[in-house]
Design a protein around this ligand. Structure first.
Ligand code: HEC
Length: 186
């Protein structure tokens, strides 16, 4: 973890605990989300260039889970990735996330580059701050999330490890899913 990200996360933590039941400021949550996304992307690129798609598979799974868990431990927030076409069944969206993903689809279809939403909601009588940021498909993602671009050796690994995989057939620019952060306030 580089020093900037660490500092940002620690700063966000201090801020959160000082506020206790208050919602974290949008800026705090964006810094944490940005750090997570950046580290994940650079981990993926590093593994792809060092160890090819096989290394990338671990980067997009093990590393993502590790980073999510680390970020959750540091902040006390739930930090995960979700998708309407999930590869990992644990990445299936809840009702709130599905609705926001539908909104992101529309925003992107109407030409918006980036989509995110932050709000405080009440679920089962408890208040939560919820933040979601769209994750879009880039050329390098197609090796494992594309259609005919997926090479046979990757195809084989994916079908072994993810027999119920639906995270396929994407094109560059598509909405792949979102980073989702949930903070319990009450
Ligand atoms: C080398 C293969 C590989 C590449 C390249 C890759 N992914 Fe993945 N991706 C995976 C695997 C494997 C999973 C399942 C991870 C798990 O087990 O949680 C996954 C899961 C995800 C998820 C979580 C939701 C789900 O479907 O489970 C998102 C979001 C995601 N990838 C986005 C991307 C994006 C964006 C890119 C390009 C920047 C990318 N991936 C490139 C292999 C890859």
């Amino acid at each position: 973890m580089n020093r900037f990200v660490l500092t940002a996360i620690v700063a966000a933590m201090l801020h959160t605990s000082a506020w206790s039941a208050e919602a974290p400021s949008p800026d705090n949550i964006k810094v944490v989300a940005g750090g997570y996304a950046k580290q994940l992307r650079s981990g993926l690129m590093e593994q792809m260039s060092k160890n090819g798609p096989e290394g990338g598979i671990a980067a997009c799974s093990v590393k993502a889970a590790q980073l999510g868990a680390e970020t959750s431990t540091k902040t006390g927030w739930s930090v995960k990735r979700v998708s309407s076409k999930a590869r990992n069944p644990l990445a299936m969206p809840d009702a709130y996330e599905q609705e926001v993903l539908n909104g992101f689809e529309k925003e992107i279809a109407s030409g918006k580059e980036d989509a995110s939403r932050y709000e405080v909601v009440r679920e089962g009588g408890i208040r939560y701050a919820r933040f979601m940021k769209a994750v879009r498909v880039e050329a390098m993602c197609l090796t494992c999330h594309g259609g005919s671009e997926v090479p046979p050796n990757v195809e084989q690994k994916l079908s072994e490890q993810y027999p119920h995989d639906t995270a396929r057939g994407y094109k560059v620019g598509d909405l792949r899913g979102a980073l989702s952060i949930k903070v319990k306030l009450d």
